[in-house]
Design a binder for this molecule. Structure first.
Ligand code: KIV
Length: 271
């Protein structure tokens, strides 16, 4: 599929019209300049500077340890690599749950210091006050419902969410609330496909699924998973397009071997 080069910048309004026109939205995570540049050139509409950086970049077990300063560092690197995609940045754990003033402060720091275009935060009615305050300040907010990894110690497991009626009901109500208070889009993570389809049909704003089936307005994956750089993470929803772990391993072994045998550098690779 060809990318529409006439669209200079993807905006929240363009994402909205994509939903109306039935065009699917492609979103991926990015944490650094070089990768962001490639993904942007490929034509993804949205790049998420996810707090999954805590896992795939920093090696933490959960997303909880990453700090606001670290998110801003990753976000500003991504922004420098992008000329078309909308850059959305996760508010890290602890920066918005406490009170709406600190949520606004964190969002303003992200927007001013990284040059990103929007923020994302996890949760429904519990964080509504924070979302309202951020939106009122003119900052676009993406919601995130279903499996919200910052609550992992409350969930106890990364299993599928909202399979039971009560949790599904709350998720549907939360989705409507997030739309009503001004979110421009909602990520739905690891929930039954039927529920995601129902929520998507009930909303005017676009939904982005990860492990939420095909009847949503767009899809997101962690880029390191899609490229096969991570190797032990194998949820059912993940499609790997490359096995970069093996490729990089092999290339590195070839380099080491060439260095040891003085095959590298050769006559043409020196001055
Ligand atoms: O942090 C992240 O990468 C995310 C996506 C999985 C949606 O929130």
């Amino acid at each position: 599929m060809s990318v529409n080069k006439e669209v200079k910048r993807i905006t929240t309004h363009i994402l909205q019209s994509m939903k109306v026109e039935g065009k699917k939205i492609a979103m991926l995570t990015a944490y650094d300049f070089s990768m962001a540049r490639i993904l942007d050139e490929a034509g993804v509409e949205v790049l998420l500077v996810g707090d999954s950086a805590s896992n795939v970049m920093a090696g933490h077990e959960t997303t909880l340890p990453i700090t606001l300063d670290q998110m801003i560092y990753h976000a500003s690197s991504v922004v420098r690599g992008v000329s078309r995609a909308l850059v959305v940045v996760d508010l890290p754990f602890g920066s918005y749950q406490g009170n709406s003033r600190s949520a606004l402060d964190a969002s303003i720091r992200i927007m001013k210091e990284s040059g990103a275009h929007a923020v994302k935060l996890e949760g429904g009615s519990e964080v509504a006050e924070s979302i309202e305050r951020i939106v009122k300040a003119g900052v676009p907010v993406m919601g995130h419902l279903g499996l919200t990894p910052q609550s992992i110690y409350q969930f106890g497991t990364y299993t599928v969410r909202a399979k039971e009626e009560a949790e599904a009901k709350k998720l549907k109500e939360d989705a409507l609330l997030l739309q009503q208070i001004g979110c421009f889009s909602i990520v739905m993570e690891k929930i039954p496909a039927n529920l995601a389809a129902e929520v998507t049909a009930s909303l005017d704003i676009p939904t982005i699924g990860i492990g939420a089936g095909a009847k949503v307005d767009g899809q997101v994956l962690v880029t390191h998973d899609l490229l096969g750089i991570t190797k032990d993470f194998k949820p059912r929803f993940l499609r790997r397009y490359l096995d970069l772990y093996s490729e990089i391993l092999q290339a590195t072994r070839s380099y080491i071997s060439d260095v040891k045998s003085i095959e590298f550098p050769n006559d043409k690779e020196q001055y």
